[in-house]
Design a protein around this ligand. Structure first.
Ligand code: UN1
Length: 515
């Protein structure tokens, strides 16, 4: 195992101590504290990053400002040609990068590689989008006037990512932003800095071969105590895309709001799966299990609540518990092929798991399965937890919260209407799903009185969204959208253009103003 890890680090050119700033192909000498990255599965130190000081960051931003002036003049399809080549490089390094995600974030290899695939997919998406970043011709009410809208780049786009998707979220934002003519500054989670360093090593060849100006693709690894608020407050950052907890997002939105900074927020979820009596349980049960325990419950799209019609409640409970039993032998090192559930990211996450379970039980919840720290052969740290099912009620304080751990609350509902009301009766509004074979129920769920979430599914998991759709959610999830559909527009400055090609001065609204 140790050899395989070292092999991956070597291939990705991860050194013992790495610089915390990259501007494309150059790496700065950085002056902030050293951040050591640890493997959550083994507790072993992987490698370190010498993080950036504020002055290092400032220098980098000055370069990004200069790069923007050049990059914005490069035609979008030419910019996307770089993105296309990045996509090819990512294909080449898919397994290595996927393995590094497993090592540093603890995700199973399948999910690590799936994450790299998301990056490849968004490269392809952005490539197509490059020739379709269209505005529309609008109808002027005035003779000899032309009116249309067009989309210009904003400038520097700041991207703050979380440990649980340490590469893909950067790619969703970056590929659209740079195709649109922006430059990006990526601040990854301090818990997963090496994946960010590795991505930059992998793409640097493409950037140098194509003579992409330094300062278009920037990476800054910095402690939040050094750069957190100052990054958000920095007027030079035209748009901030932030993925993280609702608490972090609320704080950032308030700070950015003071300077009217644009933000895309992708915050906490509290995603429910509704199960109706007509549901195909052979499909529903594995979908719920994947949603609830995938990435050890550390996705913002993780299924946290199962809201089951009372007529099938006991059956669904029994089948879920049986499925969970089969998972016991599948918890372990995420690099092993047999593993379906890796570790939580750190001991604080394990504490949050324990506290949430104890709160749920003290509020009247009933443990149906789990509630233990996993130990045994091959388990080297206390970061592995047993996926847990608790019978609960929707209004429990703990059920209303997002705990980043594999805890599933089982909730009984008397009707579809009640189940929908429960789905919506939480502060968050990211993802949701309904299992049914009734067309009427499915349409009721998708109608304006149905799910209030940014994503509403029928007969598939709450997690594992494709990049082609707009990703994000409402309420405490922050309202942002990233990735597919027309999310590219959020990275652009919309400009409405009016041209008078006549010799008269007709005023809108028929106003007469004669000298
Ligand atoms: C996240 O957890 O921050 O839909 C992103 C999914 C993934 C992305 C999750 N495609 O589960």
């Amino acid at each position: 195992m140790e050899e395989r890890i070292n092999g991956t680090l070597d291939k990705l050119e991860i050194k013992k101590i790495n610089s915390g700033i990259c501007t494309g192909t150059s790496w700065f000498e950085t002056h902030g504290p050293v951040i050591m990255s640890e493997d959550p599965s083994t507790g072993r130190e992987i490698a370190a990053v010498q993080s950036a000081s504020y002055d290092d960051y400032d220098l980098m931003i000055k370069g990004a400002e200069r790069a923007f002036l050049e990059w914005r003049r490069c035609p979008a399809p030419k910019r996307a040609e770089i993105v296309r080549q990045i996509g090819l490089k990512l294909r080449e390094y898919k397994e290595d990068l996927g393995r590094l995600i497993s090592i540093e974030a603890g995700k199973i290899l399948q999910e690590g590689m799936g994450e790299v695939q998301e990056m490849i997919d968004i490269c392809d998406f952005a490539l197509g989008q490059a020739r379709m970043m269209n505005g529309v011709m609008l109808r002027s009410e005035r003779p000899d006037h032309k009116m249309y809208d067009q989309y210009h780049p904003l400038g520097i786009v700041g991207i703050v990512t979380s440990f649980n998707f340490p590469m893909a979220v950067w790619a969703w934002n970056t590929m659209l932003a740079v195709t649109g003519g922006n430059v990006v500054v990526w601040k990854p989670s301090s818990r997963t800095p090496l994946t960010a360093v590795a991505v930059h090593k992998v793409i640097s060849g493409v950037l140098s071969e194509n003579e992409v100006p330094e300062g278009v693709f920037n990476l800054v690894v910095a402690k939040s105590s050094v750069l957190g608020d100052r990054f958000i407050e920095d007027r030079r950052i035209a748009l901030l895309s932030i993925t993280g907890s609702t608490r972090v997002g609320r704080h950032a939105a308030q700070l950015a709001g003071k300077r009217f900074g644009k933000v895309i927020l992708e915050l906490g979820g509290n995603n429910a799966a509704l199960v109706m009596p007509s549901a195909n349980l052979d499909l529903a049960i594995p979908s719920i299990v994947f949603g609830a325990v995938g990435t050890a419950g550390q996705r913002c799209t993780t299924t946290r609540r199962v809201i089951v019609h009372e007529a099938i409640y006991d059956k669904v409970k029994e089948r879920l518990v049986n499925a969970y039993r089969q998972l016991e032998s599948r918890i372990g090192n995420p690099l092993n092929e047999n593993t379906l559930i890796g570790p939580l990211i750190d001991s604080a996450a394990v504490d949050a798991y324990k506290i949430a379970i104890s709160n749920a039980l003290s509020e009247g919840g009933k443990l149906a399965y789990g509630n233990s720290i996993v130990s045994g052969p091959g388990i080297e740290t206390n970061n592995f937890v047993m996926p847990t099912i608790i019978e609960a009620q929707n209004h429990f304080r703990i059920v209303q919260e997002e705990t980043f751990a594999p805890i599933l609350y089982l909730i009984k509902a008397g009707s579809l209407e009640e189940a929908i009301a429960f789905n919506n009766d939480v502060p968050q509004g990211l993802s949701s799903t309904l299992f049914t074979t009734s067309l009427a129920e499915a349409e009721q769920w998708l109608a304006e009185g149905g799910s209030d979430c940014g994503m509403a599914n029928v007969n598939l998991s709450t997690s594992g969204a494709e990049i082609g759709g707009a990703f994000g959610g409402e309420k405490d999830t922050g309202g942002g959208r990233e990735s597919g559909s027309d999310a590219w527009k959020l990275y652009m400055r919309r400009q409405t253009v009016n041209v008078n090609y006549g010799n008269e001065m007709p005023l809108a609204q028929g106003i007469r103003f004669e000298l």
